[in-house]
Ligand binder design. Structure first.
Ligand code: PLP
Length: 428
């Protein structure tokens, strides 16, 4: 029995399913989840001392690779001054100023502790500030696990085959209108009918929780126009895409300006952080300035701010995002060549340093239906074959993959070598 198997068996005694977040349980790919004990650069190391090239990156935050010395130093320095004060710090202002500089649509920012808190608070703010109760989200998009947003959600909810969680009152769910991603006509029709009751549209500008589906040309621009027309607040959930697909996020990459944005993952450099923000006029509705309540004991935590500031500083160097995207493109091209050579129907998607892999004969992946039509069984086998070859992919056919700046030629060679063997084995 491997140590991961022993640890997983022990974990299940007191942790539901042995994990603190469902996708970690390997339900969608089968087998035992790996327990990690160390991570460095582009690698994670499991409890049995096996090293893997990591394409999960803690689900996005580790854009610099694991354990970047300058990030660790920043945390160590702050550590000497205490863990939390529950009072304002200069670090929080530094963070707010930096976020507003990097993402021009952000005029004011509120720090929180997770992506879930960020989106939940942004939705409350949109409702509080418009006086409207309904929201629009898109099928397969995941915005964290708050009640209003767990309707036809992606990520773990999709992986587990539970499109809407038990425990969400039907009375809440009815305020969440769910439309197909990349289908502007359905948004137009819905807003024409009930636009006056809709507080906001929340969207992943690149969907990353039903695998990776970039926006169709004109989709985000169309949402912007329709929101203007109907007085609806446009929220970009950039928890995954923020500071990744470009320094200024997907809004910079695609040139569309939302009213509010939510961030997480990279902004904490691996610590539990999120934030939401946007137009001053809207953000002024938040307590203590306005009537929409939102708070947090650990919000703006100094250790988390130190890790986040160091990370944002390092990724701001010119050329960073181009290098990240170039590695990702080379890796995907290499996979495609090897899949083609083996005669395996395969297609990939990419937005900067995030990507999707599909066992599919489709020319492109544009809709949720395209994602669901791909061969998830084949992905399962591929996932385990890649693990055997020393490559750790997201343990689900419905999650995006992430690269880091620590991924280079050596990691590319390991990845493509493993893939060549995996595609050959899939053929057998
Ligand atoms: N929004 C998006 C787009 C996400 O990808 C996620 C998590 O993966 C969340 C929100 C929720 O963030 P967290 O897991 O930090 O609560």
């Amino acid at each position: 029995m491997s140590r991961s198997e022993t640890l997983f068996a022990n974990a299940q005694k007191h942790i539901p399913g042995g994990v603190n977040s469902p996708v970690r349980a390997f339900k969608s790919v089968g087998g035992t989840p790996l327990f990690f004990k160390h991570a460095e650069g582009a690698y994670v190391v499991d409890e049995d001392d096996k090293r893997y090239v990591d394409y999960v990156g803690s689900w996005g935050p580790m854009i610099l690779g694991h354990g970047h010395p300058q990030v660790l130093d920043a945390v160590r320095q702050q550590l000497e001054h205490g863990l939390s004060y529950g009072a304002p710090t200069a670090l929080e202002t530094e963070m707010a100023d930096l976020v507003c500089k990097l993402v021009p649509s952000m005029e004011m920012v509120r720090m929180v502790n997770s992506g879930t808190e960020a989106t939940m608070s942004a939705i409350r703010l949109a409702r509080g500030c418009t006086g409207r109760d309904n929201i629009i989200k898109f099928e397969g998009c995941y915005h964290g696990h708050s009640d209003s947003l767990l309707v036809k959600a992606g990520s773990g909810a999709l992986t587990q085959g539970v499109p809407s969680s038990a425990g969400v009152p039907a009375n809440f769910a009815r305020h969440t209108l769910t439309l197909p991603y990349n289908d502007l006509a359905s948004v137009e029709k819905t807003l024409a009918a009930v636009g006056k009751e809709v507080a906001c549209i929340i969207v992943e500008p690149v969907a990353g929780n039903m695998n990776c589906v970039p926006p169709a040309p004109g989709f985000l621009q169309g949402l912007r126009q329709l929101c203007n027309q109907h007085g609806v607040i446009l929220i970009f959930d950039e928890v995954m895409t923020g500071f990744r697909v470009a320094l200024g996020g997907a809004q910079a990459h695609y040139g569309v300006t939302p009213d509010l944005s939510t961030f997480g993952k990279i902004i904490g450099g691996g610590m539990p952080v999120g934030c939401f923000g946007g137009k001053r006029e809207i953000m002024s509705c938040i307590a203590p300035l306005g009537p929409v309540y939102q708070a947090g004991t650990l919000s703006g935590n100094p250790l988390a701010m130190a890790a986040g500031l160091a990370t944002l500083g390092l990724i701001s160097r010119p050329g960073f995002h181009q290098e990240l995207a170039d590695y990702t493109t080379r890796m995907l091209q290499g996979l495609q060549e090897r899949a083609d050579a083996a005669g395996i129907p395969f297609v990939s998607t990419q937005a900067g340093g995030m990507f999707g892999l599909y066992f599919s004969g489709a020319d492109s992946i544009v809709t949720f239906a395209d994602v669901m039509a791909s061969d998830a069984e084949r992905f399962k086998r591929f996932f385990h074959l890649m693990l055997d070859g020393g490559v750790y992919l997201a343990p689900s056919a419905y999650e995006a993959g992430f690269t880091s700046i620590a991924h280079g030629d050596t990691e590319l060679a390991i990845t493509l070598d493993a893939a060549e063997r995996a595609f050959a084995a899939l053929k057998r």
